[in-house]
Design a binder for this molecule. Structure first.
Ligand code: ARG
Length: 292
């Protein structure tokens, strides 16, 4: 039951009905207490690169208008998922969503803590393919700068953080149950990077998407339980201090045998010509601000 998160937010009743209609697919339901399902609460001060995308116009004001996650990779540059900015998600082209903002330094969406920064530019990967979900990334340019220290380093191709079995953490304000219980407060879940063969077996060409190792990485737990979920899209998957993935898609949330699929950040780095950070070096993200 993969579903772009924003659509889920826009039509929670339909989502709930659909979820209820396919219990057979949920034979191994998530241990549902977490982000992110199976997660734990975190303070955004510990992951300052994690931001919320917001439009109160489109999604209502209750949860600060949050509808997706994003990742700070430079003072005025945020990465997110392409599908977060799709017509399907927003109901309008992103440049027509006048109150599109990035919310930084706010752990609890029910507060006015932190900063809301206007998005002055959006760039959606023209190579994004909504059938397979390949190339699911977009770049937001911010109207004001965040501190340089908020940015996270990016993993390049061959980064050891992509080795199967590596511990990784995913962050977000998304559904904590798989049934539309959106978090008030930021959560994180610990998962493991899985090997490509396993992800290819989990997701051969299907209505949900197709696992393509060149542009995706998948992560989860063999027994399920910990995963990203609707509302987390565009948010960070971090391993060894570097950004390795952006929440993209999956079948359900936290199901055994259906790991979370993430946009492979090393592919984003390649396509955008960004500067990645070698393991052990100081963070030096940059470049995306001059994107087309
Ligand atoms: N497409 C969802 C979103 O837009 C993300 C789903 C991730 N699912 C998962 N099982 N990891 O928020």
């Amino acid at each position: 039951m993969r579903r772009p998160l924003v659509r889920a937010l826009a039509r929670p009743l339909i989502l709930a009905a659909a979820a209820a209609a396919i219990p057979l697919l949920s034979a191994a339901p998530a241990a549902s207490d977490g982000v992110v399902v199976g997660g734990f609460p975190v303070d955004v001060a510990h992951s300052p690169w994690t931001v919320a995308l917001s439009s109160r116009d489109r999604f209502g004001g209750t949860r600060s208008g949050q509808f997706c996650g994003g990742v700070v990779v430079g003072p005025t540059t945020v990465l997110t998922a392409a599908h977060c900015l799709s017509l399907d998600a927003l109901g309008a082209p992103p440049d027509q969503v006048r109150d599109l903002k990035v919310i930084a330094e706010r752990t609890d969406l029910y507060t006015d803590q932190g900063r809301e920064i206007r998005v002055s530019g959006t760039w959606v990967n023209p190579g994004y393919d909504s059938a397979s979900n390949a190339g699911d990334f977009a770049v937001l340019t911010l109207a004001e700068s965040l501190p340089r220290t908020a940015a996270i380093a990016l993993a390049a191709e061959g980064d050891p953080a992509y080795a199967p079995g590596t511990e990784a953490v995913v962050y977000g304000w998304g559904d904590t149950t798989g049934f539309g219980a959106y978090a008030h407060s930021l959560r994180a879940a610990q998962v493991h990077v899985l090997d490509d063969e396993r992800c290819e077996r989990a997701y051969p060409a299907s209505a949900d998407g197709t696992y393509l190792a060149s542009s995706m990485v998948c992560a989860g737990e063999p027994q399920g339980g910990r995963d990203a979920c609707q509302g987390d899209s565009g948010g960070p998957l971090v391993a060894q201090g570097r950004l390795i993935g952006l929440v993209s898609w999956g079948s359900g949330c936290g199901r055994a045998g259906s790991p979370g699929v993430y946009t492979r950040v090393s592919d984003v780095v390649r396509v955008l010509g960004l500067r990645a950070t070698p393991p052990g070096a100081l963070a030096a993200p940059s470049g995306a601000a001059t994107m087309p």
